[in-house]
Design a protein around this ligand. Structure first.
Ligand code: AMP
Ligand code: MG
Length: 412
């Protein structure tokens, strides 16, 4: 047995070192677009958005009730004369004078003279009069201009990836178009003579190409343009042609397979012809081999071929790189602590991303392993909703211990 031969191999990069090198290298794509709000979801702002007026634009009521003057309220049961109504979109034109009130609805302009709104539930209407029950603070239930956003203030920073709330916020400012980064173009293909496309029969030793579909789906979660370049056979000329084509059109080229030790050398040969590529060994499991560099103008990732390794390296390295290329700051995914319900195998030397099922039990987060952890076991990835992240130095973990988990929310 050759236990621990991997342990803290100085020729291996840590996950953190690899990510740092990647993020140092990539930059936002050049090129911008003006988009209508309806097309802007998930896109990244190239310029900050500044409010040109106050939101809300006018003093308005937070409640259905009566607008009145606090000075008029004495003890419980003050009677006021109702002189009109202010509806959302149809303000009361006059002033509220002493002894008067105006019927008002949520969002309606608070008429001049009034300084307080009393909610309907604390009033009794009697013909032209309203009886006010209870005590009321001056200024109650009034929303002030600019309370939400002030004219002149930056409400969304450049680099912001727009979510549904942001789209609504822009609409509330009357902004119909925004300037965003162009979507990075990502070309991807699979390599391997054993790979068949869906619909083709499987010969002896063949498997279906799953990585290309996985990558396509992972990329679909991001505001990028996807260029599926198919399966490339293990053949020098075919690989050369595919890499050339991809590098000519894409900002980022992704391949899977062909980067592990013992692979035929043509991928390496072609990569070295066309660009500068580092063949890294990363102290992680799954996903130890990774090629990273550039093919001409395009950045390049050669992801390992095993399906779980492909996914792990995509989530940990490609996604942050793409976030930077999209124009936003890469966001470290949310990490939580959970109590593990199984014993976990682990030897020191590599950082593990084991597949887990995270759930809440009582007031506590617990996580269970999905079982078989081989990097070829895609079903374990499919069942999982998180990675169980075990640090490089960690040994086996006993059931009941606390571990770090990285939920898949929004990632897969
Ligand atoms: P490689 O990195 O090319 O040595 O591939 C490692 C393992 O991943 C092998 O078992 C391959 O058959 C498998 N593999 C490579 N590419 C794919 C793919 N696109 N879809 C599914 N499995 C793959
Ligand atoms: Mg291969």
């Amino acid at each position: 047995m050759n236990h621990g031969c991997d342990e803290f191999d100085p020729n291996q990069l840590t996950v953190e070192q690899a990510l740092e090198r990647i993020l140092e290298t990539v930059a936002p794509v050049s090129g911008r677009e003006r988009l209508h709000l309806r097309q802007a979801l998930d896109r990244v702002l190239l310029e900050p958005v500044v409010a040109t007026f106050d939101v809300p634009p006018h003093r308005n009521s937070a409640m259905d009730g009566y607008a009145l003057r606090a000075a008029d309220l004495g003890t419980d049961g003050t009677r006021l004369r109702v002189v009109g109504r202010s509806m959302a979109g149809a303000p009361f034109e006059g002033r509220v004078g002493a002894g008067e009130a105006v019927r008002i609805m949520t969002g309606a302009v608070v008429p001049e003279g009034a300084d307080t709104v009393v909610m309907q539930e604390q009033t009794e209407r009697e013909g032209d009069e309203v009886v006010i029950r209870g005590n009321h603070r001056e200024g109650a239930n009034i929303r002030h201009p600019g309370e939400d956003m002030r004219a002149g203030s930056t409400v969304l920073e450049a680099g912001r990836q727009l979510n549904a709330a942001d789209v609504g916020l822009l609409a509330s400012l009357g902004i119909a178009e925004v300037t965003v980064y162009r979507r990075p173009r990502v070309a991807f293909f699979s390599t391997g003579d054993e790979l068949r496309g869906i619909g083709e029969p499987l010969g002896e030793g063949d498997i279906y190409d799953s990585n290309r579909y996985t990558l396509d789906a992972l990329l679909a979660r991001l505001p990028v343009e996807r260029l599926d370049m198919g399966v490339i056979p293990d053949d020098l000329e075919a690989v050369r042609k595919a890499f050339r084509e991809a590098a000519a059109v894409a900002d980022l080229v992704l391949t899977t397979g062909g980067v592990s030790v013992g692979e035929a050398d043509y991928i390496k040969t072609v990569l070295e012809e066309l660009g500068q590529i580092g063949f890294w060994r990363i102290a992680m499991k799954p996903g130890k081999p990774l090629a990273f560099g550039n093919l001409g103008q395009a950045h390049f990732f050669g992801l390992p071929g095993n399906p779980v390794s492909t996914m792990a390296t995509f989530v940990l390295f490609v996604r942050p790189a793409l976030q930077r290329m999209m124009g936003r700051s890469p966001e470290a995914p949310l990490r939580l602590r959970a109590r593990v319900l199984n014993d976990l195998r682990k030897s020191p030397g590599r950082k593990d991303h084991q597949r887990g099922i995270l759930r809440q039990e009582g007031g506590e987060l617990v996580v269970e392993t999905t079982g078989l952890q081989g990097s070829h076991v895609l079903s374990s990835m499919s069942r999982a909703n998180c990675f169980i992240v075990l640090p490089r130095g960690s040994g086996p973990v006993a059931s009941g211990e606390e571990v770090e988990v990285l939920p898949f929310f929004g990632l897969l």
